[in-house]
Design a protein around this ligand. Structure first.
Ligand SMILES: *Cc1c(COP(=O)(O)O)cnc(C)c1O
Length: 221
């Protein structure tokens, strides 16, 4: 077993059944993704549409591709042929475009509404009220080719575990509450390498784990 297979195996055994593991492979080469694929991983998360599309083109076609990053409306068309789940939907305008592009390919694209839980100004996302308004919107209900299947959140980038836990608890409580009214909401995407165990304790059903599987990323800005 190589290092990626080993780490993937460790993480898989540490998460309960019913929690979906998204292997976050952004910035990593296809050879690394293939190591995870050969070890059985079939869900990969990317945060750049172009990078995800290039990987989709070269890799086996039974992979479920998740877009976990912020999405610009004008780029939806590039991933519409294949993307399975878009995690960070935060506007009606974006939903409408996803629906339009999905329709062209005769597909339904699954979406999560990103809820703003972090205190930082830089984080994208909807307030709880805006999310409810979106779910109640008649025009949204009439979008035939998108399926809003849950919520996604990103905690504040901090070492303060109490704060992270408070933010996870807040979105988990909101998720439990609106699920009773909107039973199509099944997924709560919270938790990354540093905090996924806490996220699972709070009620996460989907964790997005990158560096703990593939190692630290080198960013060139
Ligand atoms: C990069 C990224 C992750 C994974 O982060 P790690 O700390 O490497 O596990 C999860 N979610 C989003 C939205 C990301 O951009």
């Amino acid at each position: 077993m190589n290092d990626i297979e080993k780490k993937l195996h460790e993480i898989k055994t540490s998460i309960p059944e019913g929690v979906t593991l998204v292997a976050v492979s952004k910035t990593k080469p296809v050879s690394d993704l293939m190591n995870a694929y050969d070890a059985g991983q079939r869900i990969f998360g990317e945060n750049k549409i172009q990078e995800m599309t290039e990987k989709w083109e070269t890799m086996p076609k039974d992979i479920s591709w998740h877009m976990i990053g912020h999405v610009q409306t004008n780029k939806v068309k590039y991933m519409a042929p294949f993307v399975d789940l878009i995690h960070a939907v935060d506007s009606y305008k974006l939903l409408k475009e996803i629906n339009k592009q999905a329709k062209k390919h005769n597909r339904t694209i699954n979406c999560l509404l990103q809820i703003k839980i972090a205190k930082e100004e830089s984080k994208f996302g909807l307030s709880e009220q805006d999310a409810i308004a979106l779910l109640n919107n008649e025009e949204v209900k009439n979008l035939t080719n998108v399926n809003i299947q849950g919520l996604m959140g990103m905690a504040t980038f901090t070492n303060d575990e109490q704060q992270i836990q408070d933010e996870f608890r807040k979105i988990a409580t909101f998720f439990e509450n609106i699920k009773t009214k909107y039973p199509q909401l099944k997924t709560l995407s919270i938790g990354m390498s540093g905090d996924y165990k806490m996220a699972i304790d709070c009620g996460s059903t989907m964790v997005r784990i990158g560096s703990s599987i593939f190692g630290a990323r080198n960013y060139q800005h």
